[in-house]
Design a binder for this molecule. Structure first.
Ligand code: ADP
Ligand code: G6P
Length: 448
């Protein structure tokens, strides 16, 4: 049996990985074994054209360096100022430049050549995320005959949105070079099939198969997950270990945890919390909201703007309502250790997981797994997170509707114990039966 080769732009480094892809794959590779290959995170003047072993982790990893120009065009450019906003429906943020696309293709071609030195014909290749969509095409052009699967961690747009990209047809052709294309949700699988048939004139067949030119691929939903059992134990172990002063018995705690990304809807959340405080004087000093948001993709204008906007809004809410004993919002712009996160989730009565658009959203799953089943907190979840397809027993909200979110905060704070337990139990059933092992097994079985 060949090896499993997992490929993604980012591979884990440092003690506190934040970002769904690294967190989920970490759990998968720990279980299934395999090699994880990606960029090293180092920018050098003349990158070598070879993959080097990284020796300090729990499993085998290989990496290559990027040049400054590659980082600008491939990573910050086409990946994060074209595909990321496009796939999240933010066509207003698109920065379309020929050098971004050229850089993106070039890095993918260079990566494919380096991989040809390492892969064996019976290895299964599993490529992850939007940075590397063309990799299968380039590997096949170099003669690779392996079975190749692709999993997209973000949403996938509908045809009219994809067509905002001048080379929309290329994206469809790139995808068609995989045997299996995995999406996070049925919503995204349907959108991808619609794009391959409407934008690129592919032919849909039974079972999610699409014929495009000489290639046939299967597109299906494989909702990503967490190791719920392990996360629950991690959270249990944190009871009474949070730093003193974080939790106050007389105060309810609301938590939000997201990279500081414009897709996550943090400004709308701050506004909704402000609206809640405006409506309910009696809750002043009895509830605080901790939002933990490490900066991400700094230097890209849309990310600099979201930072300014959220700083301004949290300052505004605090300015309006804080007193000498209480700050309504604590806005923390750094990653925190995973066990501290787990402890905070468990200590919180509410999680606000309200992205404007999200592939899955693992924070929603982590929060539920961390709860004490005897006295669980309430998950307020956006209808636009892929997680909403599986987690119907959360309080589902429209993140654009500030008033509805403010009402949901009140509903969650007032929810009777019996109702909280029932919802938590139903959600936990989903998380335990569809965990990260179920996800990877499902995908790899489909890949064959
Ligand atoms: P995305 O993939 O868009 O970042 P997800 O919610 O799917 O969003 O995954 C985010 C992952 O990163 C989760 O596992 C979460 O615990 C982790 N994470 C997010 N923010 C932080 C933080 N401040 N510190 C540590 N981990 C974080
Ligand atoms: C999302 C993407 C991942 C990415 C992560 C962190 O989860 O789907 O591909 O790794 O965000 O973003 P970054 O740009 O820091 O890798």
């Amino acid at each position: 049996m060949g090896r499993l080769i997992c490929i993604s732009n980012r591979i884990p480094s440092g003690p506190n990985p934040s970002g769904g892809l690294v967190v989920a794959l970490h759990d998968t590779i720990k279980e299934t074994g395999g090699i994880w290959i990606g960029t090293s995170g180092e920018i050098v003047e003349n990158p070598e054209n070879r993959l080097r072993e990284i020796n300090d982790g729990p499993f085998r990893r290989m990496a290559f360096d990027l040049s400054e120009a590659e980082q600008q065009n491939y990573y910050f450019g086409f990946s994060n100022q074209v595909l990321w906003p496009l796939f999240h429906g933010r066509t207003d943020l698109l920065e379309i430049h020929a050098e971004y696309l050229d850089g993106y293709k070039e890095v993918n071609r260079r990566f494919a050549k380096m991989l040809m030195e390492v892969i064996r014909p019976d290895d299964r290749i599993w490529v992850h995320d939007y940075h590397l969509i063309p990799l299968a095409l380039y590997l096949r052009q170099l003669g690779a005959t392996n079975r190749m699967g692709f999993f997209l961690h973000t949403p996938f747009p509908n045809p009219i949105t994809l067509e905002a990209l001048p080379n929309a047809g290329d994206v469809c052709e790139w995808l068609a070079n995989y045997e299996v294309v995995g999406m996070q949700s049925e919503r995204d699988a349907r959108a991808a099939i619609a794009c391959l048939t409407e934008v690129a004139e592919g032919r849909e067949m039974a079972g999610g198969f699409v014929q495009l030119g000489a290639r046939q691929c299967r597109i299906a939903a494989f909702p990503i997950a967490i190791d719920a059992q392990e996360f629950r134990s991690l959270a249990e172990a944190q009871v009474d270990r949070l730093p003193s002063g974080v939790i106050k018995p007389e105060r309810q705690l609301i938590i939000g945890v997201d990279r500081l990304d414009y897709t996550k809807g943090v400004p709308q959340r701050f506004k909704a919390f402000g609206e809640f405080l405006a409506r309910h004087d009696n809750w002043h000093r009895h509830v605080s909201y901790i939002q933990i948001s490490p900066p991400t993709r700094e230097g890209v204008e849309a990310y600099d703007n979201i930072r300014e906007e959220t700083e301004h809004l949290s300052g505004w809410v605090n300015g309006q309502y804080a007193d000498i004993q209480w700050a309504p919002i604590r806005f923390i712009n750094r990653p925190v250790p995973r066990e501290t996160l787990a402890g905070l989730y468990r200590a919180a009565q509410i999680a606000l997981v309200t992205p404007l658009m999200d592939g899955m959203n693992l924070v929603a799953k982590e929060f539920v797994a961390a709860q004490n089943p005897e006295d669980p907190g309430v998950l307020i979840l956006s209808q636009f997170a892929g997680a909403a397809e599986q987690m119907e027993d959360a309080l589902i909200v429209n993140p654009h509707d500030i008033e509805q979110m403010a009402t949901a905060i009140m509903t969650a704070l007032a929810m009777p114990l019996q109702d909280r337990r029932r919802r938590h139990e139903a959600l936990m059933d989903v998380l335990l039966s569809k965990d990260v092992a179920w996800w990877s097994k499902g995908f790899l079985t489909a890949l064959g």
